[in-house]
Design a protein around this ligand. Structure first.
Ligand code: ASP
Length: 409
C-alpha cells in the first residue's frame, strides 16, 4: 500500500524531530549515531555498482564517441563556469558583510597541517586505474567512470556478441535503482539520527559566536542557487516547482549526511525523472559528484576572507583572484565526503598566505557549513544534468510532468 505522506515529507519530519531530540536530549547521541551511520552505509553501498552498470550500459547503447565528446565538453564548460561564479559570489558576500571584522577569537596555540595540491599531471594519470577492481574497491569515481566508458564502448564495438552483456549491465543498473528505492524507506529514520547528532554536538553556544560567517555562507549559497541555477533551469523549460519537488529527496540527503556521494544514487534517479536523458545524466552526475563542488567553492571564498579579517591580513584584488583560481581547483579536487572542504581550505590559505591555524577557528562549525556546501554541490550537479540534456536536445519535459502526475495520483 502506498503511504499517504510522501517520502520527502517524512524525511522533513524526521529532520525536525531530530533537531528537537538532539537539542533536548543531547546525551543520547550514542543512540542517534548508529541510526544515521546505517543510512549512510546503505545509501553509499549502492553507488559503485549503480554508476558502473549505468555508465557501461549507457556508453554501449550510445556507442558514439563523438556524442560522448560533446556531452563531456558541455558538461565541463558548465562545471567550470558555475564553480567560478560560486567562488566569486562567496567572495562578494564576505567582502560586503565582513564576517570576521571585530571578532575577538584567541588564535594562539591553534594548529593545522597543510594539504599539498597534487601535481596536475598526476591528477590526470590517476584517472586511469592500474587495475579496475582496485578502483571499484576504493570507490574512486573518476577511475570507475573512465573504465566503465571504455568497457561500454568496447562492448558496443563487438556488436551482436555483446548484446547479452549490455542487457546484463542494464538489468543490474535497474536492480540498483530498485535497491536505492528500498533503502530510501529507511531515510526518515536515518535523517533523524544524522541531524540529531549534529544538533546534540552543535549547541547554540558553539554556533552563536560565529553566526555571522555561517549566515554569510548560507546567504551566498542561496544566492548562487537563485542567480546561477534557477534561471538556467527555467530557460531549459523545467518548472521550478517540479524541479524542487523532484530533487527534495537528494537535497535532504545531502543536507543531513554532508556527503554528496551519499546523495548520488537518488540524484541520478531523480534528474532522469525530471527529464534529463540517461546518457547525459549517467555521465554528468557521477562526474559532477567528484569534480563539480559549487558549495565547496562558495565556502572557500567566504572563509578565505573571514580568516584573513580575523588575522588582519589585507586581501587586495590580486589575492582574491588567486583565491578564485585556487578555489576552483580545490573544489575540483575535493571529494564528496563530510569535511572535505575544510581540508581543501588549507590549499587556498597556503596560496594566499593566510595562517593555517585559522582552520581551527572554523573547524568547530564545519558540520553546519558542510550542510549548506553539500546541498549546493548536489543541486549544481542536478542543474548540470538538466542544462546539458537541454543543450544536447535530449531533455524530455513530458517525462517530468508524467512523473509528477503519477506521484500526485
Ligand atoms: N561534504 C561536501 C560534499 O560531500 C564536500 C565538502 O566538504 O565541501 O559534497
Amino acid at each position: 500500500m502506498k503511504s499517504r505522506i510522501s517520502l520527502p515529507t517524512l524525511m522533513a519530519i524526521g529532520m525536525a524531530l531530530g533537531i528537537v531530540a538532539g537539542l533536548m536530549l543531547p546525551t543520547l547521541d550514542w543512540l542517534y549515531k548508529p541510526l544515521g551511520d546505517l543510512f549512510i552505509k546503505l545509501i553509499r553501498m549502492v553507488v559503485v555498482p549503480l554508476v558502473l552498470c549505468t555508465i557501461i550500459a549507457g556508453a554501449a547503447s550510445v556507442g558514439d564517441l563523438s556524442k560522448l565528446g560533446r556531452v563531456a565538453t558541455k558538461t565541463l564548460v558548465y562545471y567550470l563556469a558555475t564553480t567560478g561564479i560560486a567562488v566569486v559570489i562567496g567572495l562578494v558576500f564576505a567582502n560586503i558583510i565582513d564576517p570576521g571584522q571585530g571578532l575577538d577569537i584567541a588564535t594562539e596555540g591553534l594548529k593545522a597541517k597543510a594539504k599539498d595540491a597534487p601535481p596536475l599531471v598526476q591528477v590526470f594519470l590517476d584517472i586511469v586505474p592500474l587495475n579496475p577492481i582496485d578502483g571499484l574497491a576504493k570507490g574512486n569515481m573518476l577511475q570507475i567512470i573512465f573504465f566503465a566508458l571504455i568497457f561500454g564502448f568496447g562492448l558496443s564495438a563487438i556488436g551482436e556478441k555483446g548484446r547479452p552483456v549490455i542487457a546484463f549491465f542494464d538489468a543490474c543498473g535497474e536492480v540498483m535503482i530498485k535497491v536505492t528505492n528500498i533503502v530510501m524507506y529507511y531515510a526518515p529514520i536515518g535523517v533523524f539520527g544524522l541531524i540529531a547528532v549534529t544538533a546534540a554536538k552543535h549547541g547554540l553556544d558553539i554556533l552563536l559566536p560565529l553566526i555571522k560567517v555561517i549566515g554569510v555562507m548560507y546567504l551566498a549559497a542561496v544566492c548562487h542557487a537563485f542567480i546561477t541555477y534557477l534561471p538556467l533551469v527555467k530557460a531549459s523549460g523545467v518548472s521550478l516547482g517540479l524541479f524542487f519537488k523532484m530533487l527534495s529527496a537528494p537535497l535532504l540527503i545531502a543536507f543531513t549526511t554532508c556527503s554528496s556521494a551519499a546523495a548520488l544514487s537518488t540524484n541520478l534517479i531523480q534528474v532522469q525523472k525530471l527529464g534529463a536523458s540517461k546518457p547525459v545524466a549517467s555521465f554528468s552526475i557521477p562526474l559532477g559528484n567528484t569534480i563539480n563542488m559549487d558549495g565547496t567553492a562558495v565556502y572557500l571564498g567566504v572563509v578565505a576572507i573571514f580568516v584573513a579579517e580575523i588575522y588582519g591580513i589585507a586581501m587586495p584584488i590580486d589575492k582574491q583572484v588567486q583565491v578564485l583560481a585556487m578555489g576552483v581547483l580545490a573544489s575540483i579536487g575535493s571529494v564528496g565526503v563530510p569535511g572535505a572542504g575544510l581540508i581543501m581550505s588549507t590549499i587556498v590559505f597556503t596560496q594566499v598566505g593566510i595562517p593555517l591555524e585559522g582552520i581551527a577557528i572554523i573547524a568547530g562549525i564545519d558540520r553546519v557549513m558542510d550542510m549548506a556546501r553539500t546541498t549546493l554541490n548536489v543541486l549544481g550537479d542536478a542543474t548540470g544534468a538538466v542544462v546539458v540534456s537541454k543543450w544536447e536536445g535530449d531533455l524530455d519535459l513530458e517525462r517530468g510532468a508524467r512523473f509528477a502526475r503519477e506521484e500526485e495520483a
